[in-house]
Design a protein around this ligand. Structure first.
Ligand code: ADP
Length: 246
């Protein structure tokens, strides 16, 4: 990816007015889908994503069942009206890949061995996309899994960092994703301090890579506080005094 125009102005502001290490506004609402066992709606900047979790429940088709653990199935899907041009509702290669990486990023946090022969299905519906939708999807999915009462080792928090104008910036938006130099989505278990997803689109040298990863993890830690507050809000009715850390 080579950049055609500058995306950071002389005052250090990005295309959406943020500074380099500023997150977009994040809002998570837990328990928004009555028919799901657990659910969450996340607004991550202009991303709007709803997640429904069903299970643990019986597996269909039955031959997919595992005798020693539960299977996790994730579907990431973008609605036709989620982008500026109509998106074909049929699953694209990108959505199939993102569904797989989301499943892999959530699995380490779940005690799947507690529910042998069962399945947990996670549906991630992107209503509006603005870059970073996989991270927002993972973040909302792990809150929805907690809302469903699934036994978990930790929550999974996700946030991307990237390179714009040769600078490392936190939480890149759609324009920065398309026109910037690199995009690194990261999912992280904040209590176990383990990374469950690390992707990189673009080029970074070793120092940039380390700085980008550090920035993304600090973003995940801030995302975690918002996840925690949203669950506290639903189950204890009190929202601790927390903002998105900016
Ligand atoms: P992520 O959303 O996780 O950053 P990508 O880097 O693949 O995933 O996509 C970046 C952004 O590109 C998306 O958030 C969305 O705003 C936009 N986008 C993705 N697919 C399409 C599409 N089919 N049509 C228009 N815009 C799209």
């Amino acid at each position: 990816m080579t950049q055609a125009r500058s995306l950071i102005d002389e005052g250090g502001k990005r295309t959406d007015g943020r500074t380099a290490n500023e997150l977009r506004d994040i809002n998570i609402k837990v328990g928004v889908v009555k028919n799901a066992d657990g659910s969450a709606l996340i607004e991550f900047g202009k991303n709007k994503i709803v997640v429904g979790v069903y299970g643990p429940r019986e597996v269909h088709p039955k031959h997919m069942a595992q005798t020693d653990r539960c299977i996790l199935r994730c579907r990431y899907h973008m609605t036709p009206f989620s982008t500026d041009t109509r998106k074909n509702p049929a699953p694209s290669r990108r959505e199939v890949e993102i569904s797989k990486v989301i499943r892999e990023s959530l699995e380490p946090a779940l005690m799947l061995e507690d529910y042998p022969r069962a399945t947990i299905d996670v549906y991630i519906e992107v209503l509006q996309a603005d870059g970073g939708s996989r991270c927002a999807g993972i973040t909302a999915a792990s809150v929805a899994l907690a809302d469903a009462g699934i036994n978990m080792r930790d929550i999974v928090s996700a946030c991307a960092a990237g390179k714009v104008d040769e600078k490392i910036v936190l939480d890149i938006n759609d324009t920065e994703d398309k026109e910037g130099g690199a995009d690194m989505p990261v999912a992280f278990m904040p209590n176990l301090k383990q990374i469950t997803l690390l992707q990189l689109d673009g080029r970074l040298d070793k120092d940039q890579f380390n700085a980008c990863l550090k920035e993304a993890i600090s973003g995940c830690e801030r995302v975690y506080e918002i996840q925690r507050a949203s669950l506290m809000q639903k189950y204890f009715g009190n929202e601790p005094e927390l903002k998105n850390g900016n």
